[in-house]
Design a protein around this ligand. Sequence first.
Ligand SMILES: Nc1ncnc2c1ncn2[C@@H]1O[C@H](COP(=O)(O)OP(=O)(O)OP(=O)(O)O)[C@@H](O)[C@H]1O
Length: 289
Amino acid sequence: MIKTKHLKKYYGSSRGIEDVTLSVKQGEIFGFVGPNGSGKTTLIRILLGLLSTDSGQAEILNQEVSIGNHLINEHIGYMPSESHFFNELKVKVIMDFFRSMRNVDENYLNHLISTLDVDLEKKFGSLSFGNKKKVGIVIALMHQAKLLILDEPTSGLDPLIQSRFLELLHQAKKNGSTIFLSSHVLSEIEKVCDRVALIKDGTILFTKSMDDIRKNEHKRLQVTPNQDHLKLKGLEYIKDVNSSSHYTYQGDVNLLIDYLSDKTFDDIILRDVGLEEIFSVYYEKEEIL
Ligand SMILES: Nc1ncnc2c1ncn2[C@@H]1O[C@H](COP(=O)(O)OP(=O)(O)OP(=O)(O)O)[C@@H](O)[C@H]1O
């Protein structure tokens, strides 16, 4: 559905993207993650034919990307990170405008409007940031496009609407859509995505399936009281926090349980690490325990 090879784009002397190679398969939900300014929106705008490239190749829906290719856009539902429509128009009028240009199933449109609790009678300019975002979601999803490209769709949405939106994405995937989603909310990427790519300083650092990430990542072990001398293959001491000691563990959990079973603790916590912890190093944040 999307294929890029060594894509590069500079805005004058300022780097947009340096080297982006990725492919998005039919039917998957693909997460595109990276710190502010890493190049996510630049790539999305290139894919949509809104921005030219300096070098490299990009194909979308088996067609080479080119500026203003409306044929491609018929089959894409796009949501920019900020939606701008005429402020003086009622939401209903904006929806009608987009609906008139597309093949839209009325029942599905009504389902979107009610699920996201969109107020059709308000003027767009009077809506809050989150409510404007909801209008952008309905417009991107209404024609059940083959490919959805969503740039930070959930920023500013309240938790209830966020979870309803993720449910809409699951339904869209079931109905055959492929979804390319950029986000800073790693917990949400973790919930919906099949694969995830990490971009930093304009370069893709890796693309991995969520299954591989879950399988290969270390677990976290926390034991109380402090014990910094536990020794088992795959078990590594990190540090003490208050009265607990923290370790990473990679290996068979049964071996770990056997090893710990003849020792005495007040408390033990063994858990998977989340994407936020795995990626924290790439965001140059403090590692979270
Ligand atoms: N019109 C522009 N002129 C000059 N530089 C730009 C322009 N648009 C983007 N850039 C630069 O390109 C780089 C990538 O920006 P981009 O918006 O693609 O990042 P992003 O990953 O989407 O960021 P964010 O997560 O903050 O939305 C940044 O350094 C940005 O300053």
